[in-house]
Design a protein. Structure first.
Length: 281
């Protein structure tokens, strides 16, 4: 079944980002895809903390509503990363309100009827200072998620939701596989510094060790004067082969045919899950 992985360059102009996302949804549908996977922060990448906080919308806001309408009109599933500003969405323990001035980094799966099939709030926040590279402290604006959603059944396979930095924590991918995932999704905004060394190796490793398809949509290019992303949105099959790769820096989609029979055969021929030593680790 055909699916599309997308690459785009979000900026602080939300309306422009929405227009690009809608165009890519229509392009995927025109090519016969049953789903399109858009990147992390598709709604915007801000120039500073204050701007980012001001631009965040709830899941009932205009940005998500328009994507839901587009999914329904096109008859496709839409995976997308957004900044979710909604105090009641994920109350901390003890019943207190969401801390003011922060949002969730949320990964949404919208079904082909325009309904929200799942919401995953990123659990691993990117608080990193890279030598000769960017300093990004995601926790200064973002609340870590507290739930680990089960994979979502879709016509093209069971989809496990994650986001960008989560790919560096193989335990999360392993748990999603154990819960039934056949596809792992990592909408991303990977840094230019780490991308050439880590992006493809991490994605291929997650695919090989879980024997899942890995779909990693990506931000690409210069977002603001001080923020850029690596790009190279890709799909990796459960054998570790890259079957789709956005090689251009421009907004685009690449398409792959997901074969769940391949997932089954790889798992049958290399039964690593049944060999796992739960008695030791």
């Amino acid at each position: 079944m055909l699916v599309a992985v997308a690459q785009l360059r979000s900026t602080p102009v939300v309306a422009d980002n929405l227009a690009t996302a809608l165009q890519l949804v229509r392009a995927a549908a025109a090519r016969g895809c049953k789903a399109i996977f858009l990147p992390e922060a598709t709604d915007y990448i801000a120039a500073n903390k204050e701007q980012g906080l001001a631009l965040a919308q709830p899941l009932t806001g205009h940005f998500v509503t328009e994507l839901r309408n587009a999914a329904r009109s096109a008859g496709v599933y839409v995976s997308v990363g957004v900044h979710e500003q909604e105090a009641a969405a994920c109350e901390p323990a003890g019943g207190s309100e969401t801390p003011p001035g922060r949002f969730f980094n949320s990964h949404l799966l919208i079904d082909s009827q325009g309904e929200l099939a799942a919401v995953y709030r990123k659990i691993h926040l990117f608080d990193v200072s890279i030598t000769n590279g960017p300093i990004l402290m995601e926790s200064s604006t973002t609340i870590a998620g507290r739930e680990f959603p089960k994979p979502v059944a879709t016509p093209f396979g069971a989809v496990g939701l994650a986001t960008c930095y989560d790919m560096r924590f193989p335990e999360q991918s392993t748990l999603l596989r154990r819960a039934g995932a056949q596809i792992l999704t990592f909408p991303s905004a990977f840094t230019v510094k780490t991308g050439p060394a880590h992006w493809e190796p991490l994605l291929r490793a997650r695919a090989i060790e879980t024997q899942c398809y890995v779909i990693a949509s990506a931000q690409s290019g210069l977002h603001t004067a001080h923020r850029a992303s690596y790009g190279h949105a890709m799909i990796v099959d459960p054998w570790g082969t890259v079957v789709a790769d956005c090689k251009t820096a421009e907004p685009c989609i690449e398409v792959a045919d997901l074969d769940l029979g391949l997932v089954a055969s790889v798992r049958r021929d290399m039964p690593v899950e049944s060999h796992r030593r739960h008695d030791l680790y």
